[in-house]
Design a protein around this ligand. Sequence first.
Ligand code: SF4
Length: 242
Amino acid sequence: MASRVVPVPSPLQAQAPTPDGARAPDLISTVAAGAGQSGARRPGPGPRCARCPRLVELRGTRRREYPNDWNRPVPAAGPADARILIVGLAPGAQGANRTGVPFCGDSSGDTLREAMRATGLMPDRVRITNVVKCLPPENRPTGDEVRNCASWFVRELRDLERTGGGVVVALGRVAHTAVVRELGARQVDMPFRHGAVYDAGSRGVLIDSYHCSQYNTSTRRLTPAMLRRVLRCAARLAGEHQ
Ligand code: SF4
């Protein structure tokens, strides 16, 4: 694929931040409703996917220690025909691995979903996923684990292609690298850079953001205003905002 940098549109340039409002009272149920399948099984790896022995072992350990947590592969949330696909790294111990919904229940999820709400992105219009569907030790999947799980991620990118092309928001370098690899492009032509906007061929457009991890937000590497600008740009490019 011939990659080119898309001129950065105005929403990513300096803009007055949107004031944050009150948090949703029941975050998990609100987000689960945004998954869009009303309790139906979401497409993704089955609960016993065993391709990654290290992660399978951790799932078993967590299941014994925290039997009420999800402790299974976490499929994407949101409609398959969404025109915005937000991609993170992997489920967090207190977030998706506990709740079963990507970016739900922990600090990263709060940051992302606050930014979505502040920019008018409704959960039922956005698909949210992770490159790796199982909780990795210390939040660090190996290269083999990323590759093992790629088949699910490829399907999510193909769903985006079926919409006629939309916007992939890559949260962090691992997500960016996985997207670029699946596009068949060279990393050197599409380096990770917060706020970069790239042509993603038939998938549409790729936008990079620093990951909304607690580390990045506490060090202010990523501020809420920076994330809102990225999402506002994604919404504009996907036609969600005029
Ligand atoms: S990370 Fe993906 S491929 Fe590996 S065990 Fe979990 S679901 Fe399967």
